[in-house]
Design a protein around this ligand. Sequence first.
Ligand code: NAP
Length: 544
Amino acid sequence: MSLATTEPAAATTTLDYDAIVIGAGMSGMYQLIRLRELGLSARVFEAGTGVGGTWYWNRYPGARFDSESYSYGFSFDEELLQEWEWSEHFAPQPETLRYLNHVADRHDLRRDIQFRSPVAAAHYQEASRSWLVTLADGSRHTSRYLITAIGALSAPTLPRIEGVDSFRGQAFHTAKWPHEPVDFAGKRVAVIGTGATGVQTIQEVAKTAGHLTVFQRTPNWCTPLHNRPITPEEQVRIKAGYDELFKRCAETFACFLHTADPRGTFEVTPEEREAFYEQLYATPGFAIWVGNFKDTLTDRAANKEISEFVARKIRQRVKDPRIADMLIPKDHGFGTRRVPQETHYYEVYNQPNVTLVDSKATPIQRITPTGITTSEADYAFDIIIYATGFDALTGAFDRIDIRGRDGLALKQKWAGGAQTFVGMLVQDFPNMFMLLGPHTALGNIPRSIEYNVEWVSGLLRHMQAHGQTFAEARPEAMRTWTEHVIACAEGLLTFEVDSWMTGVNSNVEGKQTRSIARYAGSAPAYRAWCDDVAAKGYPDLVLD
Ligand code: NAP
């Protein structure tokens, strides 16, 4: 039953919808399905022209999964699992976007999604205990609930470098890639950035570019993806094994298929260690990152061992020892930043059409109408690609004027660091539920999304059953959870390093120092905490 016209909680206002969802990526799509099942009216506002979120926007050359395809799809629809066939173990972006469009067709989602509709503001209305959402075109829409499905890595950032707008060639941020193909043949191409996106872009663009110049500020530890097509026999096994596969994902630390080895690095002999590292280096996907010895990311000496192993691999693969040395990280250990997964990435630097520029030693000073000027040289380009990342975790929230009780801005509430209850609610922002908000368990993202959606939907079901239309996190519950998130980060080498995971983005005002907006505990521990809240009848929330 719809609440919109029949049951306004604290006022007689008629609302447009029970729920407004911001974003039609995987979280918005799945939330819409669950809202319908609850009998709630919903409108999804999406900035793009199609569904897919991350996979709609990030259509840069070489974009593909870093998680095994079959561990990434939605798990809730058994028929969909059986009918969809992933072509490769790590599917390319066009296939993933096709998959998400297929899901939208299958569940007839588009009739409740309004495309080309970026949300500019969302203000809580105290008198009617509802939300007023204003789109960029000025149109206004009201709802009982506001559900943010805006992603953790969805606010792209360009470098704060003089002249970015002055370049007269083609320039693209990887997350705003055009829908038309871009031809690199014979062109002088620059890529700025060597994170997971830059690495995928570089290894693809290097295949056809006339000349590719890579501007690397901080090298990352990259390891082989080992992608390959899925054979017909594997397809049969995958389809027969989905229950087991998702059960396994639910049990691992970050919902990937790989799980940490229970042994400590120094519990085995150096020979056994080397053999294990070799085995992991030859294993597809994130095995070497999340399936390594249990102390790899907590014990400095253990971390040094694996770092030296990967450094040796880089030296073996890159012919010029000077270039190899430039590609080996010196300021952080293996796995303490997100590990880019690569396919012949290091070999790219053996090609005569590729140049690596150390933009820490020779910083980019300005973008000019014809190219890039560093402290050392002027470079001329036809195309500049910015693989410069995102204002992560809180950035997408900051870009919408979200205001809670008494006009309090969410950005102001989080000025001293994100505060949430289980990453899904914020005190002073009643009836706002965040999917993939800061402080939620990330990892293999669709697994996190499905859990967040299920938890929010369970809460809405509980509220329906009790005739409630108001939910707000209690301040003490938010404090406890936020302190827990901070405690989980203690002792992890990851939090001693600048990256989006520690809230640092040199291109965003006020984000130069580390903060803790990422939950670093295990996904099972996160779910146990949230499940317990639900089982006890949500004592941490004010429900009315
Ligand atoms: P990122 O990891 O934040 O990397 C941004 C890169 O741009 C870094 O190398 C950074 O250098 C560089 N950069 C930024 N501003 C610069 C400037 N002003 N001058 C020079 N260099 C600059 O962003 P990303 O590569 O887009 O990846 C973000 C996350 O998205 C990944 O960690 C991953 O979680 C996700 N992702 C997933 C997949 C997948 O699953 N298939 C693929 C791609 C991305 P510094 O390091 O020195 O700051």
